[in-house]
Ligand binder design. Structure first.
Ligand SMILES: *Cc1c(COP(=O)(O)O)cnc(C)c1O
Length: 444
């Protein structure tokens, strides 16, 4: 395979994967398949796309990164081409996704979630300008739909009728929903403390659900074993290189929705680490393709009780697993598999990581709802809590333009939300208590 060094080379320790143009299999065949090869994040070796999951040389620690023919993509994915595309979903970026011309897509609308400027919330955080990218508005209520939609497309292409994953909740409900939309069956492993609403969502979508009497890491291991044993299509982002490609589209949308004027900072919460790594990969790709002039800094936010990636980021040492302890279940990951990708991505962006306490997360759920009308689940509100702290600590300057990604809807876990708010006022049908309460609340 012929490789040409890229002219837009940027500095940084990130593996040189996206720094290479590769002469394509796109030119040689399927016009929509711009994927050229897979590169191991650990050893740097390239592999052909028929390698199904992790690096054959490194085994499970060898997470693969998908490489594209950027030279060919550059010709077809222009600002003008995008402006004329009527498909307002994440499939509008098909060149940067592992799809072929034959790909059958689910009918659910994934992506193109609203990006709205929130003046009152910006003021509360002390920022000049703040946008919320509300990914709670995806079909199953979280950013995970971006990845799961890719999983079901790939499973179907491989004629695999059963898809499986382990998840603290959102990846699972999302996979189950997407599988239902595609006529596939799903088998899901959840940890014991997965919130009831997320489990209910799974069951509604017809999944076979195994609640593992242990933590996420136990559920992960069991699902791995079963995928190997029974040949199910594996939707675990730590294993399957294609899924994170779907998560890239959140940044592609942010850039396009801001008319290609990227923000100074993008804040996202971090659990396993693949979402923020994917979000950064997209900004790199946009710069490489000449669609944006500069890239934002990434702010990775972890919950203080589950922050092994922040620790690794700060110390420069390998990851030390922790026992997670936080109300933000979607980022309660003690043994993150994609920590290295996340650390490299955030560092390369010129960004940083910080932790927020559960109390700050609950506060953020409250003021985000009150000031912006957006209901974020705890793991999603963590990004806003992190941004608030970053402004207070002068990490993010007050004059900055920032985007916070709300990765999941608050309706997924109302038990956590209930602790963030007060109770309703119980009044009798004749309403004789009303006047006093309205007066106390300064509503009259
Ligand atoms: C999965 C998830 C995250 C974090 O993504 P990782 O890839 O695990 O870092 C954040 N918020 C929500 C709501 C999620 O479901």
């Amino acid at each position: 395979m012929l490789t040409l060094a890229c002219a837009l080379r940027t500095s940084g320790p990130y593996p040189p994967s996206v720094l290479l143009f590769t002469l394509s299999n796109a030119l040689a065949g399927d016009p929509l398949s711009f994927v050229t090869e897979l590169r191991c994040v650990a050893c740097g070796k390239n592999w052909p796309i028929r390698v199904p999951y992790t690096c054959p040389a490194c085994g499970v620690t060898g997470i693969l990164d998908v490489l594209y023919d950027y030279r060919a993509i550059r010709r077809s994915l222009t600002r003008r081409a995008l402006a004329s595309r009527a498909d307002f979903s994440h499939w509008r970026y098909r060149e940067l996704l592992p799809l072929s011309a034959r790909s059958v897509l689910p009918h659910l609308q994934v992506g193109w979630s609203p990006l709205s400027e929130t003046v009152a919330l910006a003021r509360h955080l002390g920022l000049r300008s703040l946008y919320i990218k509300d990914d709670g508005r995806n079909p199953s209520g979280s950013l995970k739909d971006r990845a799961s939609s890719i999983a079901v497309v790939r499973a179907r292409e491989k004629r695999n009728p059963i898809v499986a994953c382990a998840s603290t909740g959102n990846a699972a409900s999302s996979l189950a929903g997407m599988a239902a939309a595609m006529g596939l069956r799903s088998v899901i492993f959840v940890p014991q403390r997965a919130p009831e609403p997320k489990i209910t969502q799974l069951l509604i979508f017809g999944a076979t659900v195994f609640r593992v009497l242990g933590g996420y890491d136990d559920a992960f291991r069991l699902s791995q074993e079963c995928c190997e044993r029974f040949g199910w299509y594996n939707r675990n982002c730590a294993i399957n290189p294609y899924l994170v490609e779907g998560k890239k589209t959140v940044s592609l949308e942010i850039a396009e929705q801001l008319q290609w004027n990227v923000p100074d900072w993008v804040a996202m919460s971090v659990g396993d680490g693949c979402s923020i790594a994917a979000a950064w990969k997209a900004f790199r790709e946009l710069k490489l393709l000449g669609l944006i002039e500069r890239t934002p800094r990434m702010l990775g936010v972890q919950a203080a009780g589950a922050a092994p990636i922040t620790t690794a980021f700060r110390s420069g040492k390998p990851l030390w697993p922790v026992v997670p302890q936080t109300i933000a279940d979607s980022i309660a990951v003690g043994v993150p598999r994609n920590w290295q990708k996340a650390v490299l991505a955030i560092r390369e962006s010129g960004g940083t990581m910080l932790n927020v306490a559960d109390g700050e997360i609950l506060d953020a759920m409250g003021y985000t709802g009150q000031l912006a009308g957006i209901f974020a689940e705890p793991a999603a509100a963590a990004s806003i809590a992190g941004l608030k702290r970053a402004v207070a600590e002068d990490i993010v300057p007050k004059r900055a333009r920032a985007v916070a990604v709300v990765t999941g809807s608050g309706l997924k876990d109302i038990r956590a939300a209930q602790t963030a708010v007060s109770k309703p006022f119980d009044v009798s049908p004749d309403g004789h208590e009303l006047d006093q309460i309205l007066h106390d609340r300064q509503l009259v």
